[in-house]
Design a protein around this ligand. Sequence first.
Ligand SMILES: Cc1ncc(COP(=O)(O)O)c(C=O)c1O
Length: 501
Amino acid sequence: MASCVERLVEMFGSQAELARALRLDRAVVNNWMKAGYIPARWAMQIERLSDGRIDSQEVLNEAQRARPVRVKSRAADDPLSSSGDPKMNDFSPAKRISSFHPPQRTLMGPGPTEIHPRVLTTMSQPAIGYLDPVFVDMMEELKSLLRYTYQTNNALTFPVSGPGSVGMEYCFVNMVAPGDKVIVCRNGVFGGRMIENVERARGIPVVVEDAWGEPVSPQKLEDALKKNPDARVVAFVHAETSTGVQSDAKTLVQIAHQHDALTIVDAVTSLGGSPVYVDEWGIDAIYSASQKCLSCTPGLSPVSFSDRVVDYVKARDGKIQSWFMDMNLLLGYWGATTRTYHHTAPTNSLFGLHEALLLIREEGLENCWGRHYRHHMALKAGLEAMGLEYLVADGYRLPQMNAIRIPESIQPKEAEIRKRLLTEFNLEIGAGLGPLAGKIWRIGIMGYSCRPENVMLCLSALGSALEDIGYPVHVGDAEAAAHQAYAQLHAKAAQQKQRVN
Ligand SMILES: Cc1ncc(COP(=O)(O)O)c(C=O)c1O
């Protein structure tokens, strides 16, 4: 296959024209041709210059293959690396440690996802202070981008410093006082984590159980609220990552409000991948995480609270038991226009989230949801052509989280198959959790990982791994089915466009 630079030269007609477009000396382009790759720092310009026909990731991958970054660490006996006092070396690591260079993986598990090169580039910018006026302006933009992604006008919409579990805890710590009754709907791992949170906030959990793989039952919630008219809060997971099921958030919130309860919604896996309408659905408190469909690095948890919740928390008696998570204190940093120190914000991670949300804004939220749906349909067609079945019933499946039943005959080899995918194809898919351990695979197509080449790689790699252990699949059928699904979706989209025009 032609290198990126050869393709560019072909697009522009000659090396001279390409050099002119990039405002470079011809010799530079000539050197790229000789070396067979374009240095990584040009990745973004090349994507822009080629109108996306050459993806920045392709440039980065090619450069990495041709000239892997190797930073040599100093040898232990190098006088510059050892400390003056030899006694201090007694505490030095037993093995020689070099700089860390992770392999380039295709991430198709339950998260984290691959990260868009624009996000990575943005994160490697120089640090600035968290009260720097430039940073403060960026925070305002970030909040407005988050409001767009959440479809809300909630003033208090910002990223908590910490992973999704911290966002979850933030909601419970602020909204549940000792003795408060909270209805928690559990249909997978993360509903269980919510119960833990209620208990640790010394609230009283009332659990509404649904089977793993099924959505939360609105009827069961209604019954629980009738039995517990003193319940102040209802909490549920919109997109259960452990099973790939989505629940009807709009209806569940409506029911909670009919019984005068506030709602806490987990949108860790849904935000950016499938519709979430905070204002239209009337959600009171919601949290997500940066490493799923937002395709940023892990470690930030976007949250949004209605004014009703803010007033509710402000009116609480006594101090909230966590200093770090006290909403009233954090309001001074994220909520106000004049910022005061609360904690040292993870500045470069926030640059990254700003860029990740900007990418969604540029693509358009609906297009982003549409992309997840399209690639889900192609993946599904391919998996079904291999004879594999979904755990979740049609109509409740999350496009971004595909939970597949592992045929009984190959369940004893499921870990071996995942290992082969990782070592041979550099492809990560997820295992089942809890009662579904060993019984399902979880294939994520979230955010930047949701691309056609990933779908095709996954089908080919899985097909070949299954064939190798003797499972009856016909290699090539899955890919053909996926291509056909793409073709049908494109034809349908073209028809719709024509009708609109
Ligand atoms: C639905 C759901 N809630 C909460 C979490 C916790 O997020 P984190 O791992 O970022 O703490 C996860 C993580 O996968 C999740 O999928």
